[in-house]
Structures are given as structure tokens and as C-alpha cells.
Unconditional design. Structure first.
Length: 140
């Protein structure tokens, strides 16, 4: 009987250890940034060319930033825009291009920046003249 209690206690302790070690779902955060259109070279934009609202999602995967839109269902960001980034903590750099936004998937780009303080710029793709978007963020 005493041996059975010891075995049950050991199994219980092992189960608690496994439950405590189980990974938890990471909460992601979207850091918004804006790109201002400059139709016909006008840096103030116009009524028919509103600001473009993009966001950098961090925390979903360690060391990865997803650039996407901030409107409903992640729409609202540029297609085919070029993204350039610099990890200020490690010195790593890189570029990416936003996807085309076809077949119901919003445009996005995944940046494997690694953890640290990251600065990024989003430049015009093939859409015309825009003032580049700029963001700084901390990537877990």
C-alpha cells in the first residue's frame, strides 16, 4: 500500500511537471505605421489618395515580423511594396516584397529579423509615388 502511494505521488509530480512545461500561446501585437501617398508629386496627398495603413505584427513567432494591413481582415497595406529592415541589436539586415493580395489573401511579407530592436522602411512598389513608411519595433 505504501509503495502504491509512492508510485501515485511520483506519477502525479511528473504530470504536474509536464503541464507546467507545456508551451503557452504567444499573444501577438500589431504596431501600426502609415505610408502617405504623393499623387503627382504632391507630398500632402489628396482626397482621392488617402493614407495607407500598414502594421508590423510581432510576438506570433519568435524573431519574425509579419507586415500586413491594419484594416478588417488584415487588408489595407500596399501590394508589391519593398520592405527593408535592420536589426539594431544584431546588425542583421534584409529585404522582402509584399505579396500580391490575390485569391482572398491580404498582402503580407514575413521578415525573419531575429530578436531585438528592429527598424523598417516600406518603399513604393509599382503603385506610383508614395512617401516611405517607417517603423521601429521590439521583436521578441
Amino acid at each position: 500500500m505504501r509503495r502504491a502511494r509512492t508510485v501515485v505521488a511520483a506519477l502525479f509530480a511528473a504530470a504536474i511537471g509536464l503541464i507546467a512545461a507545456a508551451p503557452t500561446a504567444a499573444a501577438s501585437t500589431i504596431i501600426p505605421f502609415q505610408i502617405n501617398p504623393a499623387p503627382l508629386g504632391n507630398p500632402n496627398g489628396s482626397f482621392d489618395a488617402p493614407a495607407i495603413r500598414c502594421g508590423a505584427e510581432v510576438g506570433k513567432q519568435r524573431g519574425v515580423v509579419t507586415i500586413t494591413g491594419t484594416e478588417r481582415e488584415r487588408w489595407g497595406c500596399l501590394i508589391y511594396a519593398d520592405v527593408r529592415w535592420l536589426n539594431l541589436s544584431t546588425g542583421a539586415t534584409g529585404t522582402a516584397r509584399m505579396s500580391n493580395g490575390l485569391n482572398g489573401f491580404p498582402p503580407e511579407a514575413q521578415l525573419r529579423t531575429g530578436s531585438g530592436q528592429v527598424v523598417l522602411t516600406m518603399l513604393q512598389g509599382i503603385q506610383g509615388n508614395v512617401t516611405p513608411g517607417f517603423a521601429t519595433l521590439s521583436v521578441p
